[in-house]
Structure formats: C-alpha cells, structure tokens
Design a binder for this molecule. Structure first.
Ligand SMILES: C[S@@+](CC[C@H](N)C(=O)[O-])C[C@H]1O[C@@H](n2cnc3c(N)ncnc32)[C@H](O)[C@@H]1O
Length: 182
C-alpha cells in the first residue's frame, strides 16, 4: 500500500517544496542527491539544475523517464514496501530528500544513507491532517516529533517544523533538516 496512496488529491506538483528549496544549498556542492519516492522528480530536477548528480527512486518511474537521457541521473524502480532489502544498501549520498511519503520501516535506511557531511531533508503530513482531508490514514501521518526521534542521535538536527498551515491549503505537516557530522 502506498504510504501516500490517499495523499494525491492535488494535481502533480511540479514546483519544488519551499522547504527543500530553502535548504538545498546545505547539500555539499556537486554531491549526489537521492530523491526517495520521487514522483515527478520535482526535487531531483531542482538538484540537477543546481549541478548535483541525482538518484531517483520510486515504484513508478514513468514520470521521470525523460531524465534517463541524462548521464548524471540514475533511475531506480523499486517497491519500497515489498519487504525486500533497501535497494541502495552500502551507498551514501550528499543529500537524501523525502517529500510526501511515509513508510516507517525505511527510517533507519534513510538515515544511514546520509554521507558524512550530508543532509537529510524530509517533509510530510502529520497527525491532525485528518481534520483537513487526505492523507487521513494514521499510517501516513507522522506522530508529534517523530522525524526528530527518527534522525537522532545519528544526525544533527538543523531545522524542524511541526505545524498546522493554511497555505497552499490547510494541512498539518512536519519537516526536518538534519546533517551527519563530516
Ligand atoms: C505523493 S507522491 C510524492 C512525490 C514526490 N516526493 C513529490 O513530493 O513530488 C508519493 C510517491 O510515492 C511513491 N510510492 C508510493 N508507494 C511506494 C512504494 N511502495 N514504493 C516506492 N514508491 C512508492 C508514489 O509512486 C509517488 O510517486
């Protein structure tokens, strides 16, 4: 079951998340960025524009198939909830980006995928969002401070938000930016 199968009331978003765009400069210059559950690849595309090689990972890579012509783009098609091992074991990245996707068993793999000096940028819906619509399934809603707990103590938290917001639509969202000491 998709962690955000009920989170797609909107048209496919093409603009990068403001949170990811704001903290993108923290990713070491030229380092490879992993976009997990990349969807349209809006964040991978932003990092390519910034000169980073990217790895895009999703069970459905149709929306990023146009990126295959780029030698600095690696496309990995994988169902991350099949119970199979993490597909990128042993590899680390200057940036790991996860937006609007939650599958809790992946937390340890996401954290260990951050290279020394690298950055994890994670943002998705949180408990309380069910008051506003989808996603409303608790499996897809972060608990209070859950991202903080997931990244500590391995990573150092640089920014964190857990709030109700009205723009671009009413929602409860949680966000973290965390780095691994270099
Ligand atoms: C709401 S979209 C978010 C896309 C992108 N991160 C963004 O912010 O634009 C959720 C994405 O998770 C992917 N996804 C859902 N379940 C998955 C699974 N079991 N394995 C891999 N990807 C999955 C979907 O294919 C979809 O692209």
């Amino acid at each position: 079951m998709s962690a955000d199968a009920d989170a797609r009331p909107d048209a496919v978003q093409q603009e990068p998340s403001p949170w990811v765009a704001r903290f993108a400069p923290m990713v070491p210059e030229g380092g490879t960025v992993l976009d997990v559950a990349c969807g349209s690849g809006r964040h991978a595309r932003m990092f390519r524009d910034r000169g980073h090689p990217v790895v895009v990972l999703d069970r459905d890579v149709v929306q990023v198939s146009d990126m295959a012509v780029d030698p600095d783009v690696e496309i990995v098609a994988r169902d991350l909830e099949s119970g199979r091992p993490w597909p990128l074991e042993g590899r680390t990245f200057a940036g790991v980006v996860v937006v609007n996707y939650l599958h809790r068993p992946l937390f340890p793999a996401l954290v260990r995928s951050v290279a020394p000096g690298g950055v994890l940028i994670y943002e998705t819906f949180a408990v309380g969002n069910e008051r506003f619509g989808k996603p409303s399934n608790p499996d897809f809603l972060l608990h209070r401070k859950e991202l903080l707990i997931a990244v500590r103590p391995e990573l150092q938290v640089m920014a964190f938000e857990d709030l109700e917001e009205q723009v671009p639509r009413p929602a409860v969202r949680q966000r973290v930016v965390a780095v691994r000491a270099g």
